[in-house]
Design a protein. Structure first.
Ligand SMILES: Cc1cc2nc3c(=O)[nH]c(=O)nc-3n(C[C@H](O)[C@H](O)[C@H](O)COP(=O)(O)O)c2cc1C
Length: 368
C-alpha cells in the first residue's frame, strides 16, 4: 500500500476512535470519573494526530483561489470551524469538571457547560463526518437525509441526557446562611414537625467522595448536605418548626449513585422495610414529610417510618424532590401506608431547583 493510502486509512481509524471515545465519555454515569478523564486524554491525543494528518486544511482555507469555492465546500468549512471551536471550548471546560487529573484548575467557572459542549461536539462531528459521506455519495439526496437524521438524533439524545447526567454528577456548592435564612412565616395549623429522608447521613460516602462519579453532591459551606435536608432546614427557618431525619440503623446506601439506584430498586421490588431509628410523632397534629422520589415512589426507609407510626387524626403535608418524574406513585403509597391520615396536596421540587426553592416554600407556607 502506498504512503498516501496508508495515511488516509490511519486518518479514518483516528476519526472513528475519536467518535467512539466521545460516545463512551457520554456514558460517564457508568464508567466513573477516572475512566472518563483518561479517555479525555486519549481523545486529546487522537485530536493532535488528526490535526497532524489534516494540517493542510487551515492553510487551504486562507489560500486565494481563482475560482469561487463551491457551496458544499463553504458549508463544510463552516461546520469544521464550528466543530474546532466547540472542541477547544469543550477541552477548556473539561478542566472545570476534572476531579482526578486536573483537580485544581478552573478556566471557565461552569461545570454544566461541559455537557452541552460535548453534545455540540458530537452533533457537529456527525454533520462533519456526514458531509464527507455526502460529498462522495452517488445518491446525494439520500445521504443528506441520512446525515440530517443522524445529527438531529444525536442532538436530541445529547440534550435529553444532560439533565440525567446532572442528576447523577452535579456537585453544587452553596452558602448555608444565604440559602437557608430569610423571611419568616407562621405555620397555620396544628402542632407540626418536619420529617425528612435524604441520602447524606444514610450513605456510606467514601473519604475521597469528590472523585466518586455520580456522587451528586450538595455542599453547604464545604460540608456535605442532603438536598432534602436543605429543604427541611429552609422550612424550619421559615416556620421555626423542628425537624427530624429518618435515619437507617443498619447498612447504609453505597456512595455511588448508580449502586444506590440498584439497591433502592431491589428494596422496592422486595417491599423491603429497612430498619430506622424510631421517631415519635404522637405529640403532633401535622407532619410535613420531605423525601426524594426513588423509582417513582417513596424510598423504602420512608415506608418503614409510615408503618411504624399511628397517623390516626393527623395531617400529612408532602414535599417530594425529584429528577423529572413529578411525584410518581408516592402519594398513593403514602395514603395506603399512613392509615388514618389526611394526606394533603403534594409539592414537587425539581432537584436542580432545590438551592433556590426557599421563596417557593415561603409562599407554600403563607398560602396554606
Ligand atoms: C435511588 C434513587 C432513585 C431515584 N429515582 C428517581 C425517579 O424515579 N424519578 C426521579 O425523578 N428522580 C429520581 N431520583 C432522583 C432524586 O429524586 C433526586 O435527585 C433527589 O432530589 C435527591 O435528593 P437527596 O440528595 O436528598 O437524596 C432518584 C435518586 C436515587 C438516589
Amino acid at each position: 500500500m502506498d504512503k498516501k493510502k496508508l495515511t488516509k486509512k490511519a486518518g479514518i481509524i483516528v476519526d472513528i476512535a475519536m467518535y467512539a471515545l466521545l460516545l463512551i465519555q457520554m456514558l460517564i454515569v457508568f464508567t466513573g470519573t477516572t475512566i472518563h478523564e483518561f479517555l479525555g486524554i486519549a481523545f486529546f491525543v487522537c485530536l493532535i494526530i488528526h490535526c497532524i494528518f489534516k494540517r493542510w486544511w487551515l492553510p487551504s482555507l486562507l489560500k486565494k483561489r481563482d475560482t469561487k469555492t463551491p457551496k458544499p465546500r463553504v458549508i463544510f468549512n463552516i461546520v469544521t470551524i464550528l466543530l474546532a471551536l466547540s472542541i477547544i471550548a469543550m477541552i477548556l471546560s473539561a478542566m472545570d469538571v476534572s476531579r482526578v487529573i486536573f483537580p485544581d484548575i478552573s478556566l471557565i467557572g461552569s461545570v454544566d457547560i461541559h455537557r452541552y459542549l460535548a453534545t455540540a461536539v458530537l452533533t457537529l462531528g456527525v454533520i462533519h463526518g456526514g458531509m464527507h459521506f455526502i460529498m462522495r455519495a452517488k445518491q446525494k439526496k439520500k445521504a443528506i437525509i441520512l446525515t440530517s437524521l443522524a445529527a438531529a438524533a444525536t442532538l436530541a439524545i445529547g440534550l435529553a441526557l444532560v439533565p440525567y447526567m446532572n442528576r447523577h454528577l452535579k456537585k453544587v456548592e452553596i452558602s448555608y446562611s444565604e440559602t437557608v435564612t430569610g423571611e419568616k412565616a407562621q405555620w397555620n395549623g396544628g402542632k407540626a414537625i418536619v420529617i425528612y429522608f435524604t441520602r447524606v447521613g444514610n450513605t456510606d460516602f467514601e473519604e475521597d467522595i469528590d472523585a466518586v462519579s455520580g456522587a451528586s453532591l450538595l455542599r453547604a459551606d464545604g460540608e456535605l448536605m442532603g438536598s432534602d435536608e436543605l429543604i427541611a432546614d429552609m422550612l424550619c427557618d421559615i416556620t421555626g418548626l423542628e425537624s427530624r431525619a429518618i435515619t437507617l440503623t443498619g447498612e447504609k446506601y453505597p456512595s455511588s449513585y448508580n449502586d444506590t439506584v440498584s439497591v433502592a430498586g431491589k428494596e422496592k421490588s422486595d417491599s423491603a422495610r429497612p430498619e430506622i431509628e424510631p421517631i415519635d410523632i404522637s405529640g403532633y397534629d401535622d407532619i410535613i414529610l420531605i423525601y426524594p422520589l426513588w423509582w417513582g415512589d417513596i424510598p423504602m426507609p420512608v415506608a418503614t417510618f409510615l408503618e411504624q407510626n399511628d397517623f390516626g387524626g393527623k395531617s400529612i403535608h408532602l414535599i417530594a424532590t425529584q429528577g423529572s418524574s413529578g411525584y410518581g406513585s408516592s402519594t398513593a403509597t403514602i395514603k395506603s401506608l399512613a392509615s388514618g391520615a389526611e394526606v394533603n396536596e403534594i409539592m414537587s421540587i425539581y432537584c436542580e431547583d432545590i438551592p433556590e426553592s426557599r421563596d417557593m416554600l415561603l409562599e407554600w407556607v403563607k398560602n396554606r
